[in-house]
Ligand binder design. Structure first.
Ligand code: NI
Length: 170
């Protein structure tokens, strides 16, 4: 099974390449393994960088009523709502670190599904938040970049500790 890359691992800062549309069917195994890793670590979203793959692939399962697991490939956020909200986020690449992050409450997104079909859809609520967090990952952006200066200052010691112990992950 894939291991989760932890803060300090340089792969988390690499922008993912787009998956060529004709190659989307070939990433089914990767997506399946990403789901396995995400469920094993009890996450609700996982980006390819977090398992060391620098391609634009995200898996999500919020477990909300009526929701189903999603594979999001080559996502592009086309629009953000003006309204923002604050919510306590965690990240599998930052064990034991949580912080309130402000983000727009809704987005308009274009993406490809695992069958290679293109979609343009609007999302809000928890799904919109998880999508924004994971799409940040595939662009090399981490939730610490979105924290308030105060949160980051308060977490500095913990963050440095993580970075020092995981910076050399192969
Ligand atoms: Ni994350």
């Amino acid at each position: 099974m894939y291991t989760i890359r932890i803060y300090g691992d340089p792969v988390l800062r690499v922008k993912g390449m787009k998956v060529p549309v004709e190659k989307i069917p070939e990433i089914k195994d990767i997506a399946e393994e990403m789901f396995r890793a995400m469920y094993a670590y009890e996450g609700i979203g996982l980006a390819a960088q977090q398992v060391g793959i620098t391609e634009q692939i995200v898996v999500i399962d919020t477990h909300e009523e009526g929701s189903s697991p999603m594979v999001i490939i080559n996502p592009d956020i086309l629009a953000y709502s003006e309204e923002e909200s604050s919510y306590e986020e965690g990240c599998l690449s930052f064990p034991d670190i949580r912080a309130d992050i402000r983000r727009p409450v809704a987005i308009k997104l274009s993406y490809y599904d695992i069958h290679g079909n293109e979609h343009t859809e609007e999302f809000d609520g928890l799904l919109a938040r998880v999508l924004q967090h994971e799409i940040d990952h595939i662009n090399g952006t981490l939730f610490i970049d979105r924290m308030s200066p105060v949160s980051r200052m308060l977490l500095k010691k913990k963050l440095n500790k993580l970075k020092e112990s995981h910076g050399d992950t192969p």
